[in-house]
Design a binder for this molecule. Structure first.
Ligand code: SF4
Length: 351
């Protein structure tokens, strides 16, 4: 896929959201959203995801306190973090009932790590993941592939194999903010898999999903798994995808997740904020089911079986990820009205 396949963003591009208040999602709201999702028929599983959820605080609790509360109510809780606080939180995260800890790990090169994250400290990050692995936390990693910046992958694979962990490789998602740089930096996963992963692979598994994209899993000799998402089976024939201006560029399915932001605005799509709808915990599960049915139609049962509730509990981040050699951010939340530290204060990156 190249940038020639996508429309140029204009002032009427759908998806941009108004600036959001800095207030994290309150504890009662997070618990209520999770209960509502389960009551509507969704799995008892919650993803706490981007922006940076380990910065969450409310009612005298930090992130491990929120996870404990959700786990006590019978929810499986998964957390996705940039890893910047793991050196401080790993021990507590090991004691709160967390089911899965996903960490963004896009490079092992300290200079590139700093350039990508804007504010990340690689030595501290590595201390955090090493501690988490030593504690036996249910760790998995996400890596975004950038063209000409994958030569360090063997070092990451060594870590994955040694600890028997999972690494998911992503290709760059197109967003309006990175349209100009997309072709320069887009790296398909297939050549990377052929060069670095297949020589270490003992077995390949294909995982089909009733909703969302299927995956390939490469089980490595001695332990560890590398996973990629397949894009070929995404069906865009139904609304709203059928007439969406981002249809040819979009790498997700409508309804991969139900995302809920701190204002309890819910969305089934990662780019189209104009399609969001309000979640009303006081209204009970009926209105939520009706809202989902109106948007998903016959796909609703599969979505409730395999879909996922993702709570965006913190509307700000302590990093501001950008493309190598560019100020353009690839953070999928960038058009959502969230808050980031200002990269303008950083030195200009080398191309
Ligand atoms: S999921 Fe569908 S509606 Fe959303 S951006 Fe992709 S094509 Fe458009």
């Amino acid at each position: 896929m190249t940038q020639t396949t996508v429309p140029a963003p204009t002032s009427s591009t759908p998806g941009a959201a108004r600036e959001m208040p800095r207030q994290p999602m309150r504890l009662p709201a997070a618990l209520a959203a999770a209960r509502l999702w389960r009551a509507a028929g969704g799995p008892a599983e919650v993803e706490l995801g981007a922006l940076e959820p380990t910065l969450w605080r409310d009612s005298g609790l930090e992130i491990d306190g929120l996870i404990s509360r959700l786990a006590q109510e019978g929810f499986r809780v998964n957390l996705t973090t940039n890893g910047s606080t793991l050196h401080r939180l790993a021990d507590r995260l090991g004691r709160c009932g967390l089911s899965r800890l996903r960490v963004s790990w896009h490079t092992t090169d300290p200079a590139l790590f700093r350039q990508i994250t804007g504010f990340g400290d690689y030595a501290r990050f590595e201390r955090g993941i090493t501690r988490a692995a030593a504690l036996g936390l249910p760790l998995a990693f996400n890596r975004l592939l950038f063209k000409d910046r994958c030569e360090d992958l063997p070092r990451q694979l060594d870590f994955i194999q040694h600890h028997g962990l999972r690494l998911k490789l992503y290709d760059l998602y197109w967003t309006p903010a990175i349209a100009a740089d997309y072709g320069r930096l887009y790296q398909p996963w297939a050549p990377i898999i052929r060069r670095h992963v297949l020589p270490r692979t003992a077995r390949i598994e294909r995982v089909r999903k009733a909703s969302g994209r299927s995956r390939l899993r490469f089980h490595l000799h001695g332990g560890g798994v590398v996973e990629v998402k397949l894009g070929s089976q995404v069906d865009r024939s139904a609304e709203p995808c059928r007439r969406c201006p981002f249809q040819k560029a979009c790498l997700e399915s409508h309804g991969d997740y139900l995302r809920v932001d701190p204002r309890l605005q819910a969305s089934l799509c990662y780019l189209r904020h104009d399609l969001a709808f309000p979640l009303d915990p006081a209204g009970g599960a009926g209105p939520l089911r009706a809202s989902l049915a109106a948007r998903l139609g016959p796909a609703l049962p599969a979505f409730l079986r395999q879909g996922c509730l993702r709570l965006i509990i913190v509307p700000f981040c302590n990093q501001h990820c950008s493309l190598p050699g560019s100020a353009g951010t690839w953070c999928l939340k960038a058009s959502g009205g969230y808050h980031y530290p200002r990269r303008e204060r950083l030195p200009t990156p080398a191309p």
